[in-house]
Ligand binder design. Structure first.
Ligand code: BTX
Length: 324
């Protein structure tokens, strides 16, 4: 009901909607409307109430609550089910639990803050309150296990496209899962699987995006390598609007991927790739290799040519740029 009321006010933003219109459409009493208006105001929505004219939405806050995000999720099925927590250790943990309980594909978990956000290989992902997008998405693709890395690349393309759509800023992809603006990390993707033998039960895609952080929000450890959309674009952005765009881009690419395979995604990925053709070092637990990044295979594996002309297939590694 609160969500439907917010939808009505937003559709008519800047104009009055009468109590009568609201109670007719939402089939509720004037007292119920007033209660929900008060709740919305307490959450930061500025709503004017004028006798005989009704209610008018003046401004809305930058929230990632289900009612705010649902204003931007459109017709698709991704993001129709939202679990929101103001503060949580990691949205991945909740999404894993929901996936085990059978949550539908497209279910998302959002938090305003993560106290134990995680990156790959047990690394930490800084997720301060009220500034970024900390989201986990449950997917249930019917694909063989070895193709799962393709999804990380698909998500990276979708996130990059969404950033460009909302901000006009180009975000380059650093294989496999970083999005960079002017060489600094604005977003990271963590793909985790629930699978057995060769079958995937679910893929839990964690997306972290720095949206409205200022430099002071970043710790010493990442201040030189991280950036946010607000820093790059010189203005704050609405996180809910970006979430809507990210989900819509993911869903579009995902349908194309399921129907036509990885080819189109690969082309889109290559067009946005930051590391291709560059001299890089791929560092993993089994050692490091330096050479030129040649491209990715149809499986999403990175091809790296070392100084002896040997081509290595890199399945998982961190990419660094050696100083010349
Ligand atoms: P990653 O292992 O590639 O990146 C982690 C590294 O990035 C850290 O070691 C640090 O150097 C740097 N870093 C940490 N926090 C930030 C930040 N906010 N901005 C830029 N750089 C940072 C990338 O892992 C995958 C991150 C996924 C995060 C999402 S958030 C929602 C979901 N829940 C969760 O716990 N993780 C995912």
């Amino acid at each position: 009901m609160k969500e439907a009321l917010l939808h009505m006010l937003t559709e008519n933003e800047g104009q009055f909607v009468s109590g009568q219109q609201i109670s007719d459409k939402l089939n509720c009493s004037r007292t119920a409307i007033w209660k929900h208006i008060s709740e919305l105001r307490n959450s930061g929505y500025s709503i004017e109430a004028v006798q005989k004219r009704g209610y008018r939405l003046l401004t809305s806050p930058d929230l990632v609550t289900p009612e705010e995000v649902s204003l931007y999720t459109g017709e698709g099925s991704f993001g129709k089910k939202i679990t929101f927590k103001p503060s949580v250790k990691s949205t991945q943990e909740i999404a894993h639990q929901l996936a085990r309980e059978g949550a539908a594909e497209g279910t998302i978990v959002l938090a305003d803050e993560q106290t134990g956000g995680r990156g790959r290989l047990g690394r930490a992902w800084q997720s301060p309150s009220g500034t970024g997008i900390w989201m986990s998405l449950i997917m249930r693709p019917n694909i063989p296990l070895q193709k799962a890395p393709q999804l990380t690349l698909l998500i990276a393309v979708a996130v990059s496209k969404a950033i460009e759509k909302v901000t006009g800023i180009e975000a380059a992809i650093k294989w496999p899962n970083d999005l960079l603006i002017n060489g600094k990390k604005v977003s990271g993707i963590l793909t985790e699987l629930q699978a057995e033998a060769d079958s995937i039960h679910s893929v839990i895609v964690g997306i972290g995006m720095n949206v409205n952080q200022e430099r002071k929000h970043f710790s010493e450890e990442i201040i030189d390598i991280a950036t946010s959309l607000a820093i790059e674009g010189n203005q704050p952005y609405k996180r809910a609007a970006i979430i809507g765009e990210v989900l819509s881009e993911i869903e579009k690419l995902y349908h194309s991927y399921l129907e036509d395979g990885f080819k189109v995604i690969k082309l889109l990925w290559e067009a946005r790739a930051f590391s291709l053709g560059k001299r890089i070092t791929a560092r993993s637990i089994s050692g490091s290799i330096t050479g030129y990044a040649q491209g990715i295979t149809d499986e999403g594996v990175l091809l790296l040519e070392d100084d002896n002309g040997v081509i290595h297939s890199i399945y998982s590694a961190d990419i660094e740029f050696p100083s010349p």
